[in-house]
Structures are given as structure tokens and as C-alpha cells.
Design a binder for this molecule. Structure first.
Ligand SMILES: Cc1ncc(COP(=O)(O)O)c(C=O)c1O
Length: 482
């Protein structure tokens, strides 16, 4: 087959995938790094990557307990080492006992190791005060893997109409990208920036009504805590959302991966709120996602996550389990990392003191950076940033002079892409334009990761502030946002 006909015959859905957190600006950042290595002169000496929520890439040290357990399960000879605490050894033995022939080199059941799912059920029931069951928990190679598996339940036409799934704007592009890949329509609903990125019931209704004219809307995605927006929904807001989903008979996908990255408010899961609302809401269908990539562990490279699906009809469960079986099983070392996240060392256990110390460092960093980012970004002319309740990002809004917007269009870019590219070229700071997540018409944003080491973070904030003032001057004119 000739190359030309191959491109005609490939799945056209794949051509629609966009994933800005690894998009063209990030590719340019990589080129600039190479140029710096070759000695090309720039007005800066390094690229500061703030495009992706990858704490270890920003210098977070790994948790000793997790890595020791992984080391032992990968290399059981180390079980006799006198340097490894006994509670680590006990955990590794327990995990290995559930692996086929005691080896992480063997496939596990496609749903994941039972020992890990039991531990996850314990974590979830303690968190919510609502029973959780290992049979309703599926492990995956990261939350992305599981999000795709759950979304794939909603592919195809229904009653002669194409399927649609409601997603927030702004959103994390795993949703838009996966829906594009699966050929499922996106029904956008806008978060209300003026109300701290709340989900407004009227807007949900508007989006549903609009999308229902041409498609069968089958599910609603909620990201709480939000990415890129960093908000934590109130209970009242969650109740409104649940009522809306119930009224419109929508399956609720609750992306709750930042639940351990909250600074100031308590975390409430959708499962708990549904349960406490009682009938008929307590029997609604729901999938809730957790990942080892976020939270305190932030083990992105482990590619480990879970989804709890407390209620699913028998046919849907069979279909879901079939897609999981085709994927064989999640990464075994990742499953072991997730096990440690679900049950870290408890007080009184040998590894606890060290764990508690490591945890305190991570929590302190998150609290400090969220406060500093909020303060520093709001001090930049034309910037406004909502309080950051959670997650690892700031998503400030800003405006640029009308002449900059014209220049952007002349270069075939949106004004935020133009701005972020200039920021990168002039300062080495790599952030993601708001258009990569979606944003209300006529507004401009970018998303920056905030978990860099203190000095680096401070340097980055100064670079952004100074650049912005220069940029305003360069394109000085009447201010415009679009
Ligand atoms: C909101 C949200 N959901 C899901 C994911 C996917 O995480 P992973 O596939 O690494 O578990 C991410 C990653 O950044 C995210 O921010």
C-alpha cells in the first residue's frame, strides 16, 4: 500500500486529537534546550518547564516506602537485605503472594491484583464512610487508560444519533483527546470563572439542550478538584450536578485524581454525596478515578490508577471487562506503587516516621506554592487568578493589547498561543496556552505548573511578570482580550 493511500485509510478520528500539554510549544521548548546545549546565545540560560503536572520531573524526591517496596517485588533476593525495614518486606511479600508464581514478571488478572483492590476498597470506604468492594474496582495503567476504557462504553450511535459526552471547559485534554479518538462528540459546558470556576446548573442544562438537538448525550464528566482550574466544588454544587445528571439520565464520570492535592477544603467524593442524598441518587451510575501520578506520591512514571464503578448494569459490566481483558493487565510495578498509596505506613510501623517526614515536605511545598502563585500572579498588570484550592496548577486570566491579537492572527495563532510562544522564546518559561484546555470566547489564559523548587518558582514568576510588562509595552495599544 502506498503511503498516500495509507493516510487516506487511517482512522480519521486520530487526526483530530489535540493534546496541548505536549503540543507545539513544548516541542519548541525541547528544541531550545538543544540550542542552549549547543551554545546558542539566548536571553536566559535554561528552559523552565511548567507545562505538565509531573512533580518528580520538577525535583520531588520519591517516597522511600514506595520505592523500597517496588525494589523488593522486582528483585525478591533483596528480601534478605538487613538494610530494608521489616514492614517493607512484609508488604512486598504480601504483594508477591498475590502474583502468579510470585513474580511481577507475570500478567495479573486484567482487573488488577486482588490484594491491591482490597486495599483500595479499604481506602475508599474509610474516606467516604460508605462500603466499597474490590469487585467494583479496576486497576489501570494510569487514570488516562481507565478514562478511555470508561468513555469507550459510550461510543457508537444511540437511537440513530451520534453519542456525545459533556465535558467542562476548561478541561484536562485527556477527555477531549480521547473523545476525538473514539469518535464521540463533545458537549461543552463552561465553568464560571467569576464564581471560582463553579459548575452552574443553568449552563449544564444549556449545554445538554444544545447537544441533544443533534446527538444522544450519554455521560457527564466532572473534574473535581479541577485541572487546569484548581477549584474544589462545594457540596451544594455537587448536589446540583448530581440532580442534573439524574434528571438527564447521564452516567457520571468523576475525575477525582487531585483529591490528595487539596490545600484548604475537605474533599468530598461524588460517591459519598450521592450516598448521602439518598434515593434515587444513591443508585446512580458513577465511575470515579484515582491515580498514583497525582496526590502526594506523584508517581507518574509508575502508570498506575484505579476506577471505582460502584453500579453498572450487568451488560455494561461485561462490555467493560471485555475491553479490560483485551488490554491484558496493568503494569505490575505500578500496581505495587498504587498499593503503597492506598495504604502508606501507619503510625507505629517501622517506616512511618520517615514517611511522615517526606509527606510533610510535599504538603508544605503545595501550600506554599499555591499561596505564592496566587499572590504573584494577581500582582501582574491585567492578570487575575482565582484562589487555588487544589491540584498543581495556576490558570491565570490576562489580556493583551489589540495589536498583539492582530499580530497573533497574522501568524496563524490564537493570541494566547502567540503570547506563550513569545514568553518561551524570551524567557525560557514553557507554559500551556489556555486554548489547549478550552476557555470562554474572548478570554485568554495560560496554565502553569506551580510545584517547582522555591527558588526556581520564584525565578519563573519574576520572568513571567517582567515579560508581561515588556509585552504590553511592545504592543501598547487599546487593551483587548481576543
Ligand atoms: C484531571 C486529570 N485526569 C487524569 C489524568 C491522567 O493521569 P495519569 O494517566 O497519569 O494517571 C491527569 C494527568 O495529569 C489529570 O490531570
Amino acid at each position: 500500500m502506498k503511503l498516500e493511500s495509507t493516510s487516506e485509510h487511517i482512522n480519521q478520528n486520530l487526526l483530530n486529537i489535540q493534546y496541548a500539554v505536549r503540543g507545539p510549544i513544548v516541542a519548541r521548548a525541547a528544541q531550545i534546550e538543544k540550542e542552549l546545549e549547543k551554545g546558542v546565545k539566548k536571553p536566559f540560560d535554561r528552559v523552565v518547564r511548567a507545562n505538565i503536572g509531573d512533580c518528580h520531573a520538577l525535583g520531588q524526591a520519591p517516597f522511600t516506602f514506595i520505592r523500597q517496596v517496588q525494589a523488593l517485588v522486582a528483585c525478591p533476593q533483596l528480601l534478605s537485605s538487613p538494610d530494608i525495614p521489616d514492614d517493607v518486606k512484609a508488604r512486598a511479600r504480601e504483594l508477591l503472594a498475590d502474583c502468579t508464581k510470585g513474580s511481577v514478571g507475570a500478567y495479573s488478572p486484567s482487573q488488577g491484583l486482588l490484594v491491591v483492590r482490597r486495599r483500595a476498597a479499604q481506602y475508599l470506604s474509610t474516606r467516604d464512610g460508605v462500603p466499597a468492594y474490590p469487585e467494583q474496582i479496576y486497576l489501570g495503567s494510569g487514570a488516562s487508560d481507565l478514562i478511555k476504557a470508561v468513555l469507550s462504553l459510550f461510543g457508537g450511535d444511540l437511537d440513530g444519533k451520534p453519542s456525545a459526552v459533556m465535558i467542562p471547559i476548561p478541561q484536562y485534554p485527556v477527555f477531549s483527546g480521547t473523545l476525538s479518538e473514539l469518535g464521540i462528540q463533545q458537549a461543552h459546558y463552561y465553568l464560571d470563572e467569576a464564581q471560582g470556576w463553579a459548575m452552574v446548573a443553568d449552563e449544564l442544562e444549556r449545554s445538554w439542550t444544545e447537544a441533544s438537538k443533534s446527538s444522544a448525550v450519554r455521560a457527564l464528566v466532572v473534574i473535581n478538584p479541577g485541572n487546569p482550574t484548581g477549584q474544589v466544588l462545594t457540596r451544594e454544587n455537587m448536589e446540583e450536578i448530581i440532580k442534573f445528571a439524574h434528571r438527564r439520565r447521564l452516567f457520571l464520570l468523576a475525575d477525582e485524581v487531585y483529591q490528595e492535592n487539596i490545600v484548604s477544603k475537605p474533599f468530598l467524593s461524588f460517591k459519598k454525596v450521592m450516598h448521602e442524598m439518598g434515593a434515587p441518587y444513591s443508585s446512580m451510575e458513577l465511575a470515579s478515578f484515582i491515580t498514583a501520578s497525582k496526590g502526594w506520591a506523584a508517581e507518574c512514571g509508575a502508570r498506575a490508577g484505579l476506577v471505582e464503578i460502584p453500579r453498572l448494569t450487568e451488560t455494561a459490566r461485561r462490555a467493560f471487562e471485555a475491553t479490560r481483558a483485551v488490554a491484558q493487565c496493568p503494569n505490575l510495578l505500578g500496581q505495587c506503587a498504587l498499593d503503597c498509596v492506598m495504604k502508606p505506613p501507619a503510625p507505629g510501623e517501622l517506616s512511618h516516621e520517615r514517611f511522615a517526614h517526606e509527606l510533610a515536605t510535599v504538603r508544605r511545598t503545595l501550600c506554599e506554592r499555591t499561596a505564592t502563585a496566587y499572590q504573584k500572579l494577581n500582582a501582574i498588570p491585567t492578570f487575575s487568578c482565582n484562589p487555588i484550592d487544589a491540584s498543581m496548577f495556576a490558570f491565570p486570566r490576562f489580556s493583551v493589547p489589540a495589536r498583539a491579537a492582530v499580530a497573533a492572527r497574522a501568524h496563524g495563532m490564537t493570541p494566547d498561543e502567540f503570547y506563550c510562544l513569545h514568553l518561551l522564546e524570551e524567557t525560557g518559561v514553557c507554559v500551556v496556552p489556555g486554548s489547549g484546555f478550552g476557555q470562554a470566547e474572548g478570554t485568554l489564559h495560560f496554565r502553569t505548573t506551580i510545584l517547582h523548587p522555591r527558588e526556581e518558582f520564584s525565578y519563573m514568576m519574576d520572568q513571567i511578570a517582567n515579560f508581561h510588562v515588556r509585552f504590553l509595552k511592545e504592543y501598547e495599544d487599546e487593551r483587548s482580550e481576543g
